[in-house]
Design a binder for this molecule. Structure first.
Ligand SMILES: CC(C)(COP(=O)(O)OP(=O)(O)OC[C@H]1O[C@@H](n2cnc3c(N)ncnc32)[C@H](O)[C@@H]1OP(=O)(O)O)[C@@H](O)C(=O)NCCC(=O)NCCS
Length: 167
């Protein structure tokens, strides 16, 4: 497995990876509907790629297996989406993608990472906690994260939390 910057020509493959990744929620009673939920559009992916904030995990044949994309919010790199295709999950790709993003963030001079995620889904907040992220309460989360959580609540995502990691 190799992690490389995502190219514009990869973008059309990415919605299918996110849909495949979301199949992991089918076994979670109140989140099974996420398996058919909207995913990032090709245009949104192209935006992150243009910023140089999109990375792809590929196999030895350059077949895409998973991705992570982010946006810059002041001196914080905010993880927008992390997805590993269902058939490639549980092999360390998710951990490697976050590790790669963290290295690139340090190189670029970002001071912190942030994200929002499901608080109790085992491969969400507990997974990030093992990678050194800490849960942020309302006071610790800045306005961007609070707005993100309000938006996620408004679209019906239950039990979301904000997390951060100082670099
Ligand atoms: C989250 C996700 C990217 C993890 O990718 P992955 O390649 O399967 O992750 P890894 O193999 O690196 O495993 C990371 C950890 O999660 C755990 N994990 C992964 N899938 C799991 C599952 N279905 N149930 C319980 N734990 C799981 C692994 O045991 C591992 O634990 P460890 O930290 O003790 O080693 C992947 O499950 C996914 O795409 N999920 C759907 C989208 C999503 O939830 N994205 C993150 C939201 S912010």
């Amino acid at each position: 497995m190799i992690i490389r910057p995502t190219r514009p020509s990869d973008a059309t493959l990415l919605p299918a990876i996110e849909r495949s990744a979301a199949q992991s929620f089918t076994a979670t009673e109140n989140l099974a509907w996420l398996a058919g939920h909207d995913v990032l559009s090709v245009e949104q992916h192209l935006g992150f790629i243009a910023q140089g904030l999109h990375w792809l995990a590929v196999d030895e044949h350059d077949q895409a297996l998973g991705f992570v994309c982010a946006s810059a919010v002041d001196d914080t790199l905010h993880i927008e989406e992390l997805s590993v295709a269902r058939s490639s999950q549980g092999q360390g790709l998710g951990r490697a993608l976050v590790g790669h993003l963290e290295c690139r963030a340090r190189d670029a001079g970002f001071k912190a990472l942030s994200l929002t995620t499901f608080a109790t889904v085992p491969w969400n907040a507990p997974f990030y906690a093992r990678l050194g992220f800490q849960r942020l309460d309302d006071a610790q989360a800045g306005e961007f994260l609070r707005q993100q959580l309000r938006h996620e609540q408004a679209i019906g995502l239950p039990d979301r939390c904000a997390m951060g990691k100082t670099l």
